[in-house]
Each structure stands twice: as C-alpha cells, then as structure tokens.
Design a protein around this ligand. Sequence first.
Ligand code: UGA
Length: 432
Amino acid sequence: MDAEREAVGVVGVGWVGLVTATCFAELGHPIVALDVNEEKVESLRRGEVTIHEPGLAELLEKNSERITFTTSMGEVLAATRILFCCVDTPPTYSGDADLSRVRSVVAQIPEGSEHALVMKSTVPSGTGASIRRDKPDLRYVSCPEFLKEGSAIEDFMHPDRVVVGVDEGSEEAADAVERLYQPLGGEMVRTDVASAEMIKLASNAFLATKISFINEIANVCEQTGADVIEVARGMGLDERIGASFLRAGIGYGGSCFPKDVSALKQLAGNSGYHFQLLNAVIEVNELQKRRVIAKLEKHLGSLADKRIALLGLAFKPDTDDMREASSLVLSARLQGEGAEVVAYDPVAEESAASMLPDVEMASSATAALEGADAAVLVTEWPEFSELDWAMVRESMASPVLIDGRNYLDSDALRAAGFVYDGIGRPDPPDGT
Ligand code: UGA
C-alpha cells in the first residue's frame, strides 16, 4: 500500500473525526468521511464547520477537494481499505462507556472483508478483544487519540507519540497505520491492543490526577500562606514531575477527563479492583468548583440577591465546548445561594444558553461586570487580561474578583482597587 495515496475512511465526524479527516487530507490522502447525521454532513459539504477549533475551518477549506462527506457506509467501504472509527463513547448512568455506536460501526463491516478498523474512539481496555471475539477475521488496530481541544491541529501534526495497538493477525493493518503517521514524527509505540486502550485511559486519568493534586496543594497553600504558582514552578522544574498540568484552578472539565476518569474507575470496579486514588481525584474536582462560593461569602457575606458576573463559561479557552464545564456547577450553586448570575463568554454563549437557562447572557465582559457585586474568572480567555480593569472597577457595585484560573495580574488588579482572590495565592500583607 502506498501511504501517500492511501484513501482513508473516517467514521463519525465529531470533533476527533473532523480533525483526523482534515489533517490526513492535509497530508495528501483522499478522505471519505461518514456521519449518520444528515444535517451535519450537508453543512460540512457546504464547508460549514460548527465546531470552534482554531484553524480547522481554514484547513478544511484548503483540502475540501480531497474530502468527501457521506452518510453511506457503502461509499466508505468501496473507496477505502482503512477506516478510522471516531464515534463518541459517552458515559452511561453507571459511568461505563456507551459502546453502542462503536458496535454499530463494527457491525457494518462485512465478514471476511479486507478492511482494517482503526479504533480512535476512547474505549475501555478489553473492547478490542471483545470485538475480535465476535468478528475474529476483522483487522483491528487500536490507535487512541491524544488531541487537546483548542490545539488539536497542532497536536495532530506534531504528536509526542503515536500508539499503535495490534494483536496477532492484524500486523499488516498496523503497519499501514504506522505509515500514515510516519511523516508526522513522534515516537511510535507499537504494543498490544489491551495495553494501547489502557495507555489512553491511564494518560487522561494521570493528567486529571495531576490537576487534582495541585488543586489540593493550592488549598493547603491558602492555609499556610504559600503561593501555589511558586510551588508549581519549583516542582515542575524537576524532570520527573514536569511543569505541565500543574495549573491550580476551579477544576477540570470537558468531554474527556471527567468521562475517562469515571470509565477507568468503573472498568477497575467491574473487574474487581477498587481504584481508590481516582475516587479522590473525582471528589477533589467536584469540591474545587464549589470552593468559589466560600471565597465569595468571605468577601460579600450572604450571596442572596448579589449579582455575580462569570467571565468565561467554556471548560477551557479556544473552545465553545460546555461539556462538564466548571461554570455549570458554579452557576447552579450560586443560584442555590440566591445570587443573580450574569455571564459572558466570547464563543460559548450559544452552546451555554440552553444549559444555563436562568443565567443572564451579556454581550461583552464589560456589560457583564457592570453593576456586579463580584466577578469570577472561570475561563482564561486572553481578552480578559486586556480589559481596562480600572474602568471596570468604577462600573462594578463592589470590586471583588475571584480569579478561578490564577490568570490575571494580581498586583495590577490590587493596584486598580480590586479585592483580588485567586486559587492557592496568599493574601497581600495588608490583607486587602
Ligand atoms: C484532554 C487531554 O489533554 C488530551 O490529551 C486528550 O486527547 C483529550 O482530553 C481526549 O481524551 O480527547 P482536553 O479535554 O481537550 O484534552 O483538554 P485539556 O487541555 O487537557 O484540559 C482539560 C481540563 O483541565 C480543562 O478544564 C482545563 O482547564 C483543566 N486544566 C488543565 C487545569 O485545570 N489545570 C491544568 O494545569 C491543565
């Protein structure tokens, strides 16, 4: 097979699928991308990208001639021999991953066909083995994705590593996957399917653990007068620890960490092992979102009838993704305390509106802050660091700012007259 010309099928054009399809097209491969949602396929054919991912719309437009969008599996099977499965695996009520969409893709690959199925969807360890028990002839490769929302194209084009999990009988398919990724560099990790599946879950769970760990350190810093930013800097310089994912804040969110941590916990539980550490990681993350309430009460007393402005709603900047965003729990808790909540997010307003029906949506940060008794920075959008905070202070009813991501310049804000409170940051010597 010639990797340069190899046609690639992508099944499921959500965020992972669309990035995968677009980036392989950029590498020169003809792509046939399928989704069951006709409306989505129609709008992608028109070149409309509804997902907010920097650079994606432009790269798709540039490569539009190489990508065919379809709802027909027959078309994918006819045009390609290698299919990337990128359908979602949302959590069920039990916290297990829902594999129904994955199963439906597998069911559509004819018995005895030469097609290779490459699993990009995040699935519990053991899924590949169970698929091959049902379909022993299927050429199956596990190739988990490690893309981050907001920098997905950069991550795809410059991977730290590419994990290729393969069991006996599918080696040729795994070689083909390796050839596809070869031009991107990055260490190739060839392993068995079960280990590849576990690498994905363990990586996300470890990163979530790092975040909950630094958040607990931040909470202790608040008791002892240390500054978590200094602590993280000092820790991160140790190569064994590393500097990334040590930013304390009001908890992790998104479609991946909460789901995958829970899926790994359930997977362990289902196989008879109680994964104690992950219980703590989840609990710390839940409590972290709620600690903002106590911080606000420290400055304002009762929150009843207080107007609180949320700056940012998305689970992180550069995305409009609201899944498991800390803002959801935070705004509900504020409303539970009787506060009036007003919010502004540069791109997530539309996706947030239906999830936050009782939250007033402002058209700008300054509009949200006008008349507010306090502001909480929830998502570190760059535009918040560029605000004229001295002017903002004049428009607020009281100048209280809780920086939930330790993003703003605390000294500058205090100089502008704010009562500034971050996460794990010491109070100034004069106690303002
Ligand atoms: C995460 C992983 O980082 C990717 O490697 C993985 O491919 C992806 O999940 C997935 O499984 O699909 P993502 O959810 O896009 O990517 O976002 P991250 O940048 O990892 O951030 C997740 C959350 O952690 C955000 O809410 C962010 O604010 C929070 N975070 C991150 C912190 O609170 N502190 C940090 O130091 C880093």
